[in-house]
Structures are given as structure tokens and as C-alpha cells.
Design a protein around this ligand. Structure first.
Ligand SMILES: Nc1ncnc2c1ncn2[C@@H]1O[C@H](COP(=O)(O)OP(=O)(O)OP(=O)(O)O)[C@@H](O)[C@H]1O
Ligand SMILES: [Mg+2]
Length: 237
């Protein structure tokens, strides 16, 4: 199993306050890796560092053996690390199809883009039905699907997601996790940040638990689901 991303002693601060306090972890290529933890634990901050939106105060981020920790966000996107925007970050006055087309802005291969669009429509048939409608008319869950679809249009090598299930009705939460599993089955590496610890660990091959800026547990998703500490703190005893 090859490692696609390796993070060593990563620390990220807001002013004088260190939100991420020297974390070390790795993502295996072709797997879903989950990062789970409570509010304020440092999950989004970790993702911001991976996307280049915040510069770390120390540590290394190696993507396919290249240190990307000081690269600009657009350079990181071009290497294939794509963060799914939050559902509400879609462009409401553009159509579903126009939003998807924007996701492919780094690509020039017209035929490739068309075939990715077909894959996205296959994953999310609803987006195909609504292709010509304004994105603003989609429900919250549908907008989240559109955001994931838009991320996929970039043909990423590593997909980053920040709480894709947040605020969704249970049936849509199931749908989102089912789709992520299907996306991963095609070989795409996924880094999934979630507060929905149970669902995230169910679909993740590996997981990390973060508490107040430090990784406190690392194991397979399966083992973490039955870890007494995880069960007590995150799965309702
Ligand atoms: N822009 C900011 N300025 C100052 N402090 C911040 C900023 N963003 C986050 N923090 C702080 O950094 C810490 C980690 O926040 P972060 O957003 O990474 O947590 P999280 O795990 O994503 O939480 P949640 O599950 O609520 O999204 C928190 O203490 C938070 O208050
Ligand atoms: Mg967050």
C-alpha cells in the first residue's frame, strides 16, 4: 500500500494560539481516511493547511514525496489535491451544469471533461435531472451533492471533504456516505473530516481521532468503531 500524503509534526496557529499542535499522520493511496473529533478539535484547520490556505508554523506536508507545505493553494490544486467546498459555497445563480463545468477549470481535455461529467451524473442521477436548473433552487442536501460533484470534475488525486454530512437529514447523510464509498471504489483517495464519527469510521479504511489539536488515536476504521474510548466519547457510550 503506497502513501499518497504524509504529514509530519504539523502545527498551525491563529495568532499566538496553536489550533493544531504537531500532528503526524498519513493517507494511503486509494483509501478513505477519516479524521474525526469534536467541535474545535482542529479538523478544519488541518484541511486548510493541506489546501495551502493557512501556512503551518512548523512541520511538513508531503504529497507523493514532494513537500507542499509552503505552496500556494492553486499550486496544490494543480497537483491534484481538491477540497470539496461546503454545500453553500456553490454558485446559486448558475445552473447545476455550469457549476459542474467550473469544477473542471484546471483541465483542458474536452473529451475527458465530458466523460467525468457522465461519471458525476451516474453517481448523482439527481444532478443530471436538474442539470439546467439554477443551483440555488436545490435543497441543502442536493447542493452538497453538487459540491462533491464539482470537486470530482477537477479529476482529483486526493479529495478532501470537511463534514459533508453536516446539517443533512438522516436519509441524505446515508446517501452522501454511500456515494463517498462508491467514489473510493474507483480508486480515488479520500480524506474525510467528520463529526459524524460512526458513519465516517464505517466507510473509512483508516481513521485518526483528534482532540484539542493533537491526534490521540490511530487505527483501522473497524477497530476505532469498537475502541472503548471512541465508543464512550463519540458514539454515545
Ligand atoms: N480564524 C480563526 N481565528 C482564530 N481561531 C480560530 C480560527 N478558526 C478556528 N480557530 C480556533 O482553532 C481551533 C480549531 O478550530 P477548527 O475550526 O479547526 O476545529 P474543527 O475541528 O474543524 O471544529 P468543528 O467541528 O466545529 O468544525 C478552535 O479552538 C477554534 O476556535
Ligand atoms: Mg470544522
Amino acid at each position: 500500500m503506497s502513501v499518497i500524503l504524509r504529514v509530519r509534526d504539523l502545527a498551525v496557529a491563529y495568532g499566538h494560539i496553536e489550533a493544531v499542535k504537531g500532528i503526524t499522520f498519513h493517507l494511503n493511496a486509494g483509501e478513505i481516511t477519516a479524521l474525526v473529533g469534536a467541535n474545535g478539535a482542529g479538523k478544519s484547520t488541518t484541511l486548510l493547511a493541506l489546501s495551502g490556505l493557512i501556512k503551518p508554523v512548523r512541520g511538513q506536508i508531503l504529497f507523493e514525496d514532494e513537500d507542499i507545505s509552503l505552496l500556494a493553494p492553486h499550486q496544490i490544486v494543480r497537483r491534484g489535491i481538491v477540497q470539496v467546498a461546503e454545500g453553500r459555497a456553490i454558485l446559486t445563480t448558475l445552473t447545476v451544469q455550469e457549476n459542474l463545468a467550473l469544477g473542471a477549470y484546471t483541465r483542458k481535455d474536452k473529451a475527458g471533461i465530458a466523460s467525468t461529467l457522465e461519471e458525476v451524473f451516474h453517481l448523482f442521477p439527481l444532478l443530471k435531472e436538474r442539470a439546467g436548473q439554477f443551483a440555488g433552487n436545490l435543497s441543502g442536501g442536493e447542493q452538497q451533492m453538487l459540491a462533491i460533484g464539482r470537486g470530482l470534475m477537477a479529476k482529483p488525486r486526493l479529495l478532501l471533504l470537511d463534514e459533508p454530512s453536516m446539517g443533512l437529514a438522516p436519509v441524505l447523510v446515508q446517501e452522501i456516505f454511500r456515494t463517498l464509498k462508491e467514489i473510493n471504489r474507483s480508486g480515488l483517495s479520500v480524506f474525510l473530516v467528520e463529526q459524524n464519527v460512526r458513519q465516517a469510521l464505517k466507510i473509512a479504511q483508516h481513521g485518526y481521532v483528534i482532540e484539542t489539536g493533537k491526534i490521540v488515536l490511530a487505527d483501522s476504521g473497524k477497530n476505532l468503531l469498537i475502541d472503548p474510548g471512541v465508543v464512550e466519547a463519540y458514539l454515545g457510550g
